[in-house]
Design a protein around this ligand. Sequence first.
Ligand code: TXA
Ligand code: MG
Length: 317
Amino acid sequence: MTLAKATPEAIADAAAALRRGELVAFPTETVYGLGGDATNARAVAAIYEAKGRPRFNPLIVHVADVAAAARLGRLSGYGERLAAALWPGPLTLVLQRQKDCPIADLATAGLATVAVRVPAHPIAQALLAKAAVPVAGPSANRSGHVSPTTAAHVAADLGDRVAMILDGGPTAVGLESTVVDVTGDTPVILRVGGVTRDAIARVVGVAVEVATGHAGRPSSPGMLARHYAPATRVRLGAREVRDGEALLAFGADLPAHRGPMINLSASGDLTEAAANLFAALRTLDAAGATAIAAMPIPDTGLGEAINDRLRRAATAP
Ligand code: TXA
Ligand code: MG
């Protein structure tokens, strides 16, 4: 495996590797992705294999621009408006597959729909332009682990399972993209994420529901209840710290505590907290604590996605 600073030469090497059917981890503004040529079923199979996914959940396909997205899935109505307003960015749209959509069935798990994203990160943009193939890219972590927000996280999880990791530093958003299904009469959020529900509602001009799946039958096939999980138990809504616990703090008003502690945002800023969340979970997971006590976080704006990830991290295996 090559871990390379994302210079133009390294990006060209990575694009060539993708075209040969190899796997490349790359930064997006949300989290690092584990990329493979989405039109190559063997490359897609290698992604599932590398992640150790217990089953074939459909993957997000990354492309460089709206025109490339429209060749894969039907962009109309709400989809067109959301794409125009929020791409490139931390948004994934679930679309009806075009008849001649070249994506391998394995990447969409045999569904009649395809999830497409145009990421804003300049390294992802350069890689997609150079590779000139749609790139299937789940988060670059072992299945069920916390999503990676640095190249070092990727190396720790998948080091020997990828041809190359492009290092673009820590990701800015820190949470996965918001997944919106625009195949029905009204848009439905399948996964809360880096674009808030309000931002989506403002674009489409109607209230937007978040799909409520349940553990056995998730609304979005990849949304299992336990996900994004550290090995250490997570205790939610903590207002005090018990013996042996590590503290995942938020805000300025902290409970008394001497042991391991990370404050997601001392100033109570939800954007900063989102960017810090996954790295903080990894660090506290390694602290040898009996549990991670997570302080309450307001459920507004990006707090909705932060609390979603914390609830999943807290679900017992
Ligand atoms: O920010 C992100 O979205 C990252 C970066 C790398 O782009 N990617 C990511 O991919 O989180 P992944 O594979 O871990 O999550 C894909 C999500 C899953 O919840 C999956 O069920 C849903 O998208 N999804 C994919 N295709 C779908 C489809 N056709 N219908 C419904 N949900 C779909
Ligand atoms: Mg993931």
